[in-house]
Design a protein around this ligand. Structure first.
Ligand SMILES: C[S@@+](CC[C@H](N)C(=O)[O-])C[C@H]1O[C@@H](n2cnc3c(N)ncnc32)[C@H](O)[C@@H]1O
Length: 278
């Protein structure tokens, strides 16, 4: 940063100097989500729950650095060994900020968190998890149940055009509702033919060749690598509206993230018309 400041002063280019002051001194982290700058006042010293963490987006210098300011964050994952985190231990083992006591690690399905009481948390976090859930409405109804009134749900999703999903169609809201009504569970493989046909293996080296990818897909219940559904801003806005949550922010954060922040308030006060074009 010092080198960059010296170079700008040497060039005596006022527009670059203004940009430098704005990004490096006022905003500090130029990649930070716009909504974080005002939501941080609500999140400071609060207690949260993450599904499928830890996540780089929530770390110091991340896009939404809530780990730095929260008082405590608990976490859940579906099992004690995952492809992303390796081995995980239950108990007070969720290290979200080395200056704070670790949060509690649970092992539970994202769609079945009945070990946790309702209205327990000020905010819920999930980064690149909801697309792995076979029944997103069931997952969101659990996540919302854990939230206190006025609590925030903060969800990151991948932008399909910048991932191995780029050839797949966006899921419809009707499909998500049907998954909920028919009580689809995590062992569901109905998306497998579409995934095998359209997944771009060139953008997913960890999946290996087609045969390894197919056998990993058949064992999805054990590894949870599937993106069951494919989201865009319109679908996630419709889904959050369907869950009776007030949308506070909806951002595209290049290259790969969609971010939605929603608030739990009483149904009668909700108006998401500017996000859902109703
Ligand atoms: C793509 S990884 C994202 C990891 C991390 N949040 C990040 O942003 O780097 C998906 C995470 O969700 C977890 N996960 C997937 N399906 C789940 C489920 N049904 N219940 C709980 N956790 C789940 C995975 O084990 C993993 O931790």
């Amino acid at each position: 940063m010092i080198k960059k400041a010296v170079a700008i002063l040497y060039k005596k280019e006022p527009s670059e100097l203004i940009k430098f002051i704005f990004f490096y001194i006022i905003r500090r982290n130029p990649h930070q989500a716009k909504s974080f700058s005002h939501l941080k006042y609500f999140l400071k010293e609060k207690i949260g729950f993450e599904i499928g963490g830890p996540s780089a987006v929530f770390m110091k210098n991340g896009i939404f650095p809530v780990y730095q300011i929260a008082d405590r964050i608990d976490n859940c994952n579906f099992r004690s060994k995952t492809i992303w985190e390796g081995n995980i231990k239950d108990g007070q083992t969720f290290f979200f900020n080395l200056k704070k006591a670790p949060g509690r690690q649970f092992f539970s399905e994202a769609t079945d968190l009945d070990v946790i009481e309702s209205d327990s948390y000020d905010f819920i976090l999930s980064s690149h998890v909801l697309e792995h859930c076979a029944n997103p409405i069931l997952a969101l109804s659990e996540w919302t149940r854990l939230l206190k009134e006025n609590g925030l749900l903060i969800i990151f999703l991948p932008r399909k055009d910048h991932t191995f999903d780029h050839r797949r169609p966006i899921t419809t809201m009707e499909h998500l509702i049907s998954d909920f009504i028919t009580n689809i569970r995590e062992d569901d493989l109905t998306h497998m033919p579409e995934i095998l046909a359209l997944h771009d293996l060139e953008l997913d080296h960890a999946a290996g060749d087609f045969d390894s990818f197919k056998s990993r897909s058949l064992q999805n219940f054990e590894n949870r690598c599937f993106h069951h559904h494919v989201f865009d801003t319109e679908l996630i806005a419709k889904l959050v509206d369907y869950m009776h949550l007030q949308i506070i922010a909806l951002e595209i954060i290049p290259p790969i993230h969609l971010l939605i922040v929603a608030k739990k308030i009483s149904k009668e006060l909700i108006d998401n018309s500017i996000y859902t074009f109703k």
